[in-house]
Design a binder for this molecule. Structure first.
Ligand code: MSP
Length: 521
């Protein structure tokens, strides 16, 4: 039987500077969703990459005394290293400077023009001469250029426009008929009230003043507006124009996961472009919240200025990729904003990873060694309410985790998975295997208790492997189980198998000492 496909994308990041922990958030969330869908047996395609055109990048390269490509290649190499460091398992890293993408962006532009959706007009705006950039009135800061703070002048240039104004009603129908197209629901109201109801204007989709961009194929004085160029990456990534078989298999995307500030590009401009092209729309756009740092969005410039260490390139090698992934996935309620602090991060490592999960695994495996020579014991179906309660919670939380992941909510799914581990730790306290072990007549009961613990670890760890792949692999290797979510089944371990002992998974941290040391870095 052919596997169900699942195509997920992150936004493509601006490589104007090194990527931040904020950018890691979207990428890690998508990675966990992609991995989880693989566990469910789907044929997953995960696309991420970089959005490389525009005046800002050209300016950065110039300031650094480099060509655009030299500047970009360094940042892209760093981004790929970062994704390796965080165990990001993407299927393609797309760059908008890739040859196949340039072709797609040009084709889309020409096709929209041929279909009568793009026309030539003139663009009036506020222009900053040194920055060579147009701004709208609302982007100016105290009437000056928001980038350099200098005076701007009124300027007019010839430009192409996309007839976005024709799509208001079609978009309203889309949101109404497909309530799952844009989530969370609050973003739909935002789009309708802030953009569609006041009336959509046609969108300027070319510039003559921006040189670092993809040329309009039939009018080479113009380059294609970066957002039109960038959005089409989602088509290029799965073989549009280059591999029909692949494109027909993966398109439409199952979900574009993006930050809330770029929802309007994905929920207004992008579906309008696709409707004009007669290409099916993505099934879902999900606008997530921000990782806040002291109440602010963690941006590329602020991170540099901040005193706390928020560099994933330092945090991941020091505390493991899994720990960094965990804090990003767990701390931000999906769809809302969430606060990050180093202290919160370190406390979570101690409470959830070391004390809850790590401790459960190491206690269970060392009891198994001590009381049963590390051999997986048989079990006896009992009417013991303690067993029933454990099994019931594990199977219920497993189903909850699945349901949450269907809604893309990793934070809640992790809460469910960790509820299984907390329950198992409590189960040890109430069943007291160390007391049972003292009485040979209780051997059968002891075996069942140990077996119940191992099965709970097995089920929880398989689910956890989408979120914390490194530590889960260690534990799944010890248990000898496959990373696969099938039909719910509590007893599934091979009896009689000898399990190896487990190294300490997450050493307990001295939070104050760590904070002091990080502050010195
Ligand atoms: N290049 C565009 C996207 C084009 S997609 C066709 C862009 N790039 S970006 O680098 O500025 O941002 C990329 C993503 O990173 C956005 O989804 C943004 O929300 C996310 N984040 C950047 N900082 C963030 C936080 N502090 N918290 C959560 N996500 C944040 O926009």
């Amino acid at each position: 039987m052919e596997k169900e496909k699942f195509y997920i994308t992150t936004p493509i990041y601006y490589p104007s500077n090194k990527l931040t922990l904020g950018n890691c958030y979207t990428t890690v969330v998508c990675d966990a969703i992609a991995r989880y869908n693989k566990l469910l047996g789907k044929d997953v395609f995960y696309l991420t990459g970089t959005d490389e055109h525009g005046q800002k990048i050209a300016g950065k390269a110039k300031d650094a005394g480099k060509t655009e490509m030299e500047y970009l290649n360094e940042i892209i190499a760093d981004a790929k290293e970062l994704w390796k460091l965080l165990d990001i398992n993407y299927d393609r890293f797309i760059r908008t400077t890739d040859e196949d993408h340039v072709k797609v962006a040009q084709h889309v532009f020409t096709e929209l023009y041929n279909r009568g959706y793009i026309y030539k007009g003139s663009y009036k705006g506020k222009y900053c001469v040194p920055c060579e950039a147009f701004w709208t009135e609302s982007q100016l800061v105290n009437g000056k250029c928001p980038d350099c703070g200098r005076d701007v002048i009124d300027q007019e240039e010839e430009a192409y426009f996309f007839k976005l104004s024709q799509f208001g009603d079609k978009l309203l129908d889309l949101y109404k008929n497909n309530p799952e197209f844009l989530e969370p629901q609050s973003r739909v109201n935002e789009m309708i009230n802030n953009f569609i109801k006041p009336g959509l204007s046609d969108l300027c989709v070319s510039r003559t003043s921006v040189k670092w961009g993809i040329p309009v194929p039939f009018d080479k004085n113009h380059t294609i507006y970066v957002w039109v160029d960038a959005l089409t990456n989602y088509l290029t990534g799965v073989g549009y124009l280059s591999d029909d078989k692949m494109f027909n298999k993966y398109w439409p995307a199952d979900v574009h996961v993006i930050g809330k500030e770029i929802v309007r590009f994905h929920a207004i401009i992008w579906p309008a472009m696709l409707m004009a092209l007669d290409i099916p729309l993505p099934k879902k756009v999900f606008g997530h919240g921000w990782l806040l740092f002291g109440g602010d969005k963690l941006s590329k410039s602020k991170e540099v200025a901040s005193k706390e260490c928020v560099d994933p390139r330092i945090l991941a090698p020091r505390y493991t990729a899994d720990a960094v992934r965990y804090i990003l996935l767990r701390e931000i309620p999906f769809g809302s904003d969430g606060s990050y602090s180093t202290e919160g991060f370190l406390n979570r490592i101690n409470s959830d990873l070391a004390n809850n999960y790590g401790n459960l695994v190491s206690r269970t495996l060392s009891m198994l060694k001590k009381y049963n020579q590390s051999v997986v014991p048989s079990y006896k179906d009992s009417n013991d309410p303690l067993d029933k309660d454990l099994i019931n919670i594990v199977l219920t939380e497993e189903q909850n985790a699945k349901n949450y992941m269907k809604k893309l909510d990793s934070s809640k799914a992790l809460t469910s998975i960790f509820a299984m581990f907390s329950k198992a730790n409590k189960y040890i306290e109430v069943t007291e295997p160390y007391i049972l072990a003292k009485d040979p007549s209780k051997k059968e009961r002891l075996d069942t208790v140990l077996r119940n613990l191992i099965e709970t670890i097995r089920i929880g760890t398989i689910h956890l492997s989408a979120f914390l792949p490194e530590v889960s692999k260690k534990v799944m290797d010890i248990l000898g189980v496959e990373a696969k979510i099938g039909e719910p089944k509590f007893y599934d371990m091979k009896e009689g198998k000898t399990l190896e002992n487990c190294p300490i998974l997450f050493p307990r941290l001295d939070v104050q000492k760590e904070l002091d040391e990080l502050a010195k870095l």
